[in-house]
Design a protein around this ligand. Sequence first.
Ligand code: NAD
Length: 354
Amino acid sequence: MQKLIEAWSGEAVVARYDRAAQAWMFIAIHDTTLGAAMGGCRMKVYGSPEDALRDAMRLAEGMTCKWATVGFDLGGGKSVLAVPRRLEGAEREGLLRRFGRLIDSLRGAYACGPDLGTTPEDMAVIAQETAHVHGGTRQGETADPGPYTALGVWAGIRAAVRHTFGSNELTGRSVLIEGVGDVGRPLARLLHDSGARILVSDIEAERAGAMASEVGGEVVAAQDVYNTPCDVYAPCAVGATLNAETIPALRCRIVAGSANNQLSRPEDAEQLYARGILYAPDYVINAGGATALPLLGRGEQTEAQIRDRIAGFERALEEIFSEAAAGNESPLHAAARRVERVLEARRRERWPER
Ligand code: NAD
């Protein structure tokens, strides 16, 4: 763990071993140039506490990029609850409440929300101990980020389609959605309403079948996803589906989906670029849920205003694609520069004497 912390570019790590649940709690705070850290809480069984800490650090860095891209005054942070097995009932509630007290002790330095393995209901439990949580309220109400994330992906697909084909019109464009869960389902509906031809794939065959019938789409078997011809491949299941094996097989023009860490290595962005496939950087296109939850929590904006803000990702991605095209490079580089520009401008403002 010492080596991990020494090598990390982030600011701070909070680690606590919870004896009662035999679980590790990690809070990674990556960069607070823009404001206090905020990011989801992942609950998962890991091979070792080091794996859990590494995950928290990597995800926290992604949140720094996400907040800078979508223009929120928030810093990059993420937490991980590394549990020995899936926890239910009182055991789960106990861990979440103790975790809520740990967050509260940081007095706002980090606020959490739902992520893989945690639900809006879990956030409502944490909210009983701290105000520094989004996606569940003290009254026990919950908000599902999935439809907001789907809206951002839909907007990003429009930007990518415009960049590639000259118009953001989706009628007749084919989109293969891999994973029809909390994001994939509302995304399929939005795309269907926009006239797109939908192809769906899911390791849960029944889910794929039900979604395909609802939107009049086709089911693609999991093993055929990467070599099925389509305009847009939308990874909405797991990370690292873009790798040395899959990229040469792809028969799409665009990759634009919600999954986190879609590239197995950053160099995969170059492979996509070399193949003429436009890649929408994941931390930009999948920021809809992260955008909505704090706004819903503050209660200052209407649903329509929140949706407008997320629909604005279309413009942000268009700018990223244009900058990348002008520099003959992958959009991943243009997105990273955008993040650095935002952080550097704020550093100059906050610490002019630096
Ligand atoms: P989910 O768990 O609700 O749905 C995932 C779906 O993918 C499930 O239907 C599952 O059966 C399917 N799946 C799993 N492995 C698969 C595989 N190998 N091939 C095909 N299908 C597979 O998850 P979600 O909330 O819809 O999130 C989807 C992705 O988007 C995740 O990577 C998540 O980290 C990311 N993401 C989600 C949100 C959000 O608001 N929910 C926000 C940002 C990023």
